[in-house]
Structure formats: structure tokens, C-alpha cells
Design a protein around this ligand. Structure first.
Ligand code: 1CP
Length: 352
């Protein structure tokens, strides 16, 4: 007889990403920690500002765990932000109340001189500490997810200096001086690879790469600024830590999701709400685990539409490797009880 402590632990998210049959459909939600939860707002008020929240392990651990106390989810995603990398490279980054991130724009090659990886690990040490504490505290079937922004998306914020609807500044640089822009992209590839390797060493079991603005690249530029840097980054991470599964999220890539899955080396792909489920099942799921893609606004609405949209996702994706998630992050207006409703809808699909 095998004693209890010798039974291998089954983690649904890790199983799906390793090509195994999971004990149930893994479920987690992008931005599962955040402003829609009153306890998040309370913890956030204890920090000086948003960056301070990210860099204070005690508080970051607390907000990471908050959604897991309320809901039966299969993963924790460490609480941090994709803009910690520009901060760690030496760019001025601030989060202003009601305004979002504000960075001192990096425009052109001369501005790159002030950025380097020398202080990277020192600056990001609190993130690694957050992961170490989470790894100790997570209940066994839950998977710990680390993450970073993909080079293109992080570059768009660094060059624009803020969030923008069309990423005009980054595109203009990429079009007029592709060699110079590539220096920034390469710096991000190398820094992000180091960051992700350190996350694995601190306890992250899965990594997600957020390429939120991939879909605003025209198809002619998609390979150069989305696929190639991502492939390069994943090659570096896997050369150092071959076993860590990586989920890619090239939001808005449309049919180019197919090229992305073929060429980047990801183990799973997160699909946005705009992607056809039938297309994803046919073109992506035969090769790789598919994560997604409930509309975050259906979660705000709740009720009948939440149920019917959830049913449709299962009807399309239950036949292959599937991780249930949203097509983008939870929005602050989401009623917390709708998340509970969603969790029970997903569990009932598995007969639980
Ligand atoms: O006021 C607040 O409390 C800040 C809101 C907030 C939160 C909760 C920001 C500012 N970042 C975060 C956390 C965060 N950001 C996580 C936490 C883990 C989770 O629970 O999922 C993650 C994974 C991110 C990643 C992130 N930050 C992305 C990629 C994913 C996405 O949503 O597209 C992007 C684009 C950012 C930049 C950013 N950080 C914050 C804001 C408001 C923004 C968007 C700025 C813009 O484009 O206007």
C-alpha cells in the first residue's frame, strides 16, 4: 500500500500543461486579485502607492491570497505588475491615482543609455521574496504562477510613457529606426529572461507572458516584434529551466495566434474574447493547451448570459486540453458574488 505522503500530488493546471488528463478543469482568472474585492482596496490603502504594494512582500502575499480564500480556484498568480521591469532597468515609473501608470518616456537610442540590468535583481528581490512566501503557504493542489510582460507590450509603455489606445510612439520608432528599437527589445528580452528564471528559482511553477498589445501590430510586423522576441525569451528561459511550462497571451492576434503557437515554444496559449472558439479548437488545441476566453463583461453581467457563455466555452473546448479563464482581466466593476457564481458553473461542468 502506498502511504498518503507518497501519493504524487496532482495539480490540475500543471497536468494540463504537461499533456496529462487533469482531475478537473483548471480554473483561474486574470486579475483575480484587484480592485473588485473590498479586501484588496483595504490592503492597498496600507501601501504608500501601487509600486509600494508590489514591492512589499507581506502585502503582495496578502492580496495574492485574497481571492483564494473566497473562491475554489486552481492557481495563484503572484501580485506584481508588468511595469516593474522598466522600473528595475532604471526608468522612472509611477502609478498615479485614477490615471494609471506614468513613465518618463524613452524616445530614441540616446535615451537607452540610462537603462541597464545592473540593479535588476536587487530591485526585484521583493518579488522573489513574495514568491518564496507564497510557495510555502499555498495549499498543495494549487499552482503558483509567475509572470512578465512580453517585450513588445512593455516597450509600448516605456516609449509612450503611459497606456495608449494605439501604441503610436512605439510603432513610429519601430518603423523609422527598427535597428534602434531592436536594441530596446533585446534589452527587454534579456532582462525578462533573467527575471523569469529568478521567479522559477523562487517557487513559480508556471509562467505567463502578457502581450496585451500584440494585436495592434500589423501582420507584416507581428513576426519581428511579437513572435521573434518571445521565441528568443522562451529559448533563454527554457535553456536554464527546461521544465517550466509557459503560457503566452498575444491578445488580439486573430489568425496570427496560429503562427505564435507554432513559432514561440509556448506550452499553453491564452485566447482573448474576440477569438472564435471553433477556430481555436481546430487550429490551436490540437497542438497545445488553450486558456480562455470568457468575456470579462459577461462576468459583470452574471445570470443567464454568464451561464450560456460558460456553456459555449465548454462545448467548444472540453474535448482537448483546456484551462478555464477570462479573455482579459477582471474589471473593477465586477460583483464579487458573480465570481462565486462562475466558479460553481465551471465546477458543475466537471460534475463537482
Ligand atoms: O489601482 C490599483 O490598485 C492598480 C490597478 C492594477 C492592478 C490590480 C494595476 C495597474 N496592476 C495590477 C496588477 C496586475 N497587473 C497583475 C496582478 C496579478 C493578477 O491578479 O492577475 C497583472 C498580471 C498585471 C499585468 C499588467 N499590468 C498588464 C497585462 C495584463 C492586462 O491586463 O492586459 C498590463 C497591460 C499592465 C499595465 C497596467 N498596470 C496597471 C494598469 C491600470 C495598467 C494598464 C494601463 C493602461 O494600459 O492604461
Amino acid at each position: 500500500m502506498i502511504s498518503e505522503d507518497k501519493v504524487p500530488l496532482r495539480k490540475p493546471l500543471l497536468d494540463v500543461l504537461s499533456g496529462l488528463e487533469p482531475t478537473r478543469t483548471p480554473l483561474w482568472l486574470m486579475r483575480q486579485a484587484g480592485r473588485y474585492l473590498p479586501e484588496y482596496r483595504q490592503t492597498r490603502s496600507k501601501a504608500r502607492d501601487f509600486l509600494d504594494l508590489c514591492y512589499t512582500p507581506e502585502l503582495a502575499v496578502e492580496v495574492t491570497l485574497q481571492p483564494l480564500r473566497r473562491y475554489d480556484l486552481d492557481a495563484a498568480i503572484m501580485f506584481a505588475d508588468i511595469l516593474l521591469i522598466p522600473d528595475a532597468l532604471g526608468q522612472n515609473v509611477a502609478f498615479r491615482e485614477g490615471e494609471g501608470p506614468v513613465l518618463e518616456p524613452v524616445r530614441g537610442r540616446d535615451a537607452l543609455a540610462g537603462l541597464n540590468t545592473e540593479g535588476l535583481h536587487q530591485k526585484l528581490a521583493p518579488v522573489y521574496e513574495t514568491l518564496r512566501q507564497l510557495a510555502q503557504r499555498l495549499p498543495p493542489p494549487m499552482t503558483l504562477i509567475g509572470f512578465a510582460g512580453a517585450p513588445w507590450t512593455v516597450a509600448t509603455y516605456m516609449v509612450e510613457g503611459r497606456g495608449s489606445p494605439n501604441q503610436a510612439a512605439a510603432k513610429s520608432w519601430a518603423y523609422t529606426d527598427p535597428i534602434g528599437f531592436d536594441v530596446l527589445i533585446q534589452l527587454l528580452v534579456d532582462a525578462t529572461a533573467e527575471y523569469l528564471i529568478a521567479q522559477v528559482d523562487a517557487g513559480a511553477e508556471v509562467l505567463q507572458l502578457f502581450d496585451t498589445w500584440a494585436g495592434n501590430l500589423p501582420p507584416s510586423q507581428f513576426n519581428r516584434w511579437c513572435i521573434q522576441p518571445t521565441a528568443d525569451l522562451i529559448r533563454q528561459v527554457k535553456a536554464a529551466r527546461p521544465d517550466v511550462p509557459i503560457i503566452g497571451f498575444p491578445r488580439g492576434a486573430g489568425p496570427l495566434y496560429g503562427d505564435y503557437v507554432e513559432a514561440t515554444g509556448v506550452n499553453g496559449v491564452s485566447i482573448d474574447t474576440g477569438l472564435s472558439l471553433a477556430w481555436a479548437a481546430k487550429n490551436l488545441q490540437k497542438k497545445i493547451a488553450v486558456q480562455g476566453n470568457l468575456d470579462p463583461l459577461a462576468l459583470v453581467a452574471g445570470g443567464d448570459i454568464l451561464k450560456s457563455e460558460t456553456d459555449k466555452i465548454f462545448a467548444a473546448l472540453a474535448g482537448g486540453p483546456h484551462i478555464f479563464n477570462l479573455g482579459h482581466g477582471i474589471v473593477p466593476e465586477t460583483p464579487p458574488e458573480h465570481v462565486a457564481e462562475l466558479v460553481s458553473l465551471v465546477r458543475s461542468q466537471d460534475g463537482q
